[in-house]
Ligand binder design. Structure first.
Ligand SMILES: Cc1cc2nc3c(=O)[nH]c(=O)nc-3n(C[C@H](O)[C@H](O)[C@H](O)COP(=O)(O)OP(=O)(O)OC[C@H]3O[C@@H](n4cnc5c(N)ncnc54)[C@H](O)[C@@H]3O)c2cc1C
Length: 466
């Protein structure tokens, strides 16, 4: 089996490990006979998707078959390696969308389940867990089907369980009906943090999707200035239908009944730019970041009254337009630090975190603030409150020291860090953030008593000692 250099999306750490990509589910029992870790598209940022030393990475990308799709209920059954992009290609023209989606569609179904991903609609719909009807998991104790009703302990430990209960081979997911592939958007600028919080709560009920971009370098009264981006799935509009019909006719469409519907729901692959090689990390320095933030803030006014109608890709997946954008951070890579701070101290905690970031010059590109609700899995990341995600270039020991101090601040507000983004949390900080980890690991051990499926993340956080 080939030995490859593997990393998460943040490109820190990089490890070497044997890797295999079985082309059929029939090979899973023999591969999981040895020490391993399931791996999807490698879009987790840190070491959650990196096998523990001596373990094999079992990559799912060839396990990409759809097993069934019900065009009336939107329930699909698929192998773990199908990507969210592949699901959209199949489901969107049939009038269905992902019920929950992260900010990239290049994730595998298995990887998304193992991280219990959340999206811009967490405050309305929660995380992916609520839409998974059934899973098949190849655990070291045998292959089992689980659901909220059957082996519920396995289900709740596997969803958001980072691959530690075994290899998810296939899953049944309920998609959500939509009438178009577009989103009705509203963009509103907030000159400071208080107005941003006020706008978020004002628009929570009216918009299914909401997310705010923040300028983490702004200080004083401008601290926390940002742009709130809101959206709802668009209904068919006459104009959109007509434009779509014309487009279809130009491509040989008939103009027959149903043509407008097809045009409204069309999935079109977009051309993508690509970062060709690793850039010197020093390019992303503080003056560049300040200038970028200023321009982004000033240009983010949206169309008339901030309103616009956009294709779903621009709204949900803006970063997917640039292939390999992680290379922009240079050879040392970067961290995505995502924390959540629960109510009632969420607003104070976010303000303190921003104060810490700007005070320590730890400005981040693409800082994102979201409202969230409560997760129900055994190791939940989201709780009712706020989550803040920051892309921070790795500049050596000083970055690590500052992030350790940020952990302490997050802990003091009762918050926690998202493990699918993490590469550096200390075990004691993890235990303070996740008191649920003991019960979760008890269940993990029932299905994986000898740590056969094991990751660098689990070793670093000393999970097997929990
Ligand atoms: C640009 C970008 C935006 C993102 N936005 C969000 C967001 O908004 N919300 C959010 O929640 N996340 C977000 N993420 C994180 C991403 O959604 C998760 O890390 C997801 O788990 C990645 O899926 P993957 O297929 O790449 O899995 P990998 O990174 O390969 O693996 C992730 C974890 O899943 C486990 N795993 C993978 N396949 C299986 C399987 N078949 N069986 C069991 N375990 C398995 C791995 O062991 C590992 O622990 C974002 C990531 C990027 C790069």
């Amino acid at each position: 089996m080939p030995t490859n250099a593997l990393s998460g999306w943040g490109r820190y750490p990089i490890v070497t490990a044997e890797e295999d990509a079985p082309e059929s589910l029939g090979r899973i029992p023999s591969l999981t006979g040895r020490a391993y870790l399931p791996r999807g598209q490698g879009r987790s940022y840190g070491d959650a998707g990196l096998p523990a030393a001596g373990h094999l990475a079992i990559n799912s990308y060839r396990l990409d078959r759809f097993l069934s799709f019900n065009p009336y209920s939107g329930v699909m059954d698929a192998e773990a390696g199908v990507t969210f992009q592949a699901i959209l290609r199949i489901a969107l023209p049939r009038g269905f969308f992902l019920p929950v989606t992260p900010g990239t569609m290049f994730v595998s179904l298995g990887g998304a389940i193992a991280s219990n991903v959340h999206g811009k609609n967490h405050h309305h719909s929660g995380s992916l867990e609520h839409f998974i009807l059934e899973l098949e998991v190849a655990t070291p104790m045998g292959t089992l089907i689980c659901s909220p009703a059957v082996h519920p302990d396995l289900f709740r430990a596997t969803v958001g369980g980072y691959g530690l209960t075994g290899f998810i081979t296939r899953a049944k997911l309920r998609l959500k009906p939509v009438e178009t592939a577009q989103v009705e958007c509203l963009r509103v600028r907030a000159p400071g943090l208080d107005s941003l919080f006020a706008l978020l709560s004002k628009h929570d009920a009216d918009y299914e999707y909401s997310v705010a971009w923040l300028d983490t370098l702004a200080r004083g009264r401008s601290m926390g200035r940002g742009v709130l981006m809101l959206g709802n799935h668009a209904l068919p509009s006459k104009a959109a239908g007509t434009a779509g019909s014309a487009g279809m006719a130009a491509q040989g469409g008939s103009g027959a009944p149903g043509t407008d519907k097809a045009a409204n729901l069309a999935y079109r692959d977009k051309r993508r730019l690509k970062v060709p090689f690793t850039l010197p990390g020093a390019l992303l320095n503080r003056p560049f970041l300040s200038a970028f933030n200023e321009v982004f803030y000033r240009l983010s006014r949206g169309g008339a009254g901030g309103k616009s109608r956009e294709g779903f890709e621009g709204f949900f997946y803006p970063l997917d337009r640039i292939g390999d954008w992680n290379l922009l951070y240079g050879r040392k890579g970067f961290f995505q630090y995502q924390c959540m701070i629960p109510d009632p101290r969420g607003e104070d905690g976010i303000a303190a975190a921003l104060d810490f970031l700007s005070g320590n010059g730890l400005g981040a590109f693409l800082s994102v603030l979201k409202r969230c609700g409560d997760d129900r899995v055994m190791l939940p990341f989201c709780k009712r409150g706020y989550t803040l995600a920051l892309d921070i270039p790795f500049r050596g020991q000083e970055t690590l020291r500052l992030l350790d101090r940020l952990d302490d601040l997050v802990i003091s507000f009762g918050g926690r860090v998202y493990l699918t983004k993490d590469a550096r949390l200390r075990p004691e900080a993890f235990r303070a953030m996740y008191p649920e980890s003991r019960a979760w690991m008890e269940t993990v051990r029932r299905y994986n008593p000898e740590a056969k499926s094991n990751s660098r993340l689990a070793e670093r956080l000393e999970l097997w000692k929990t």
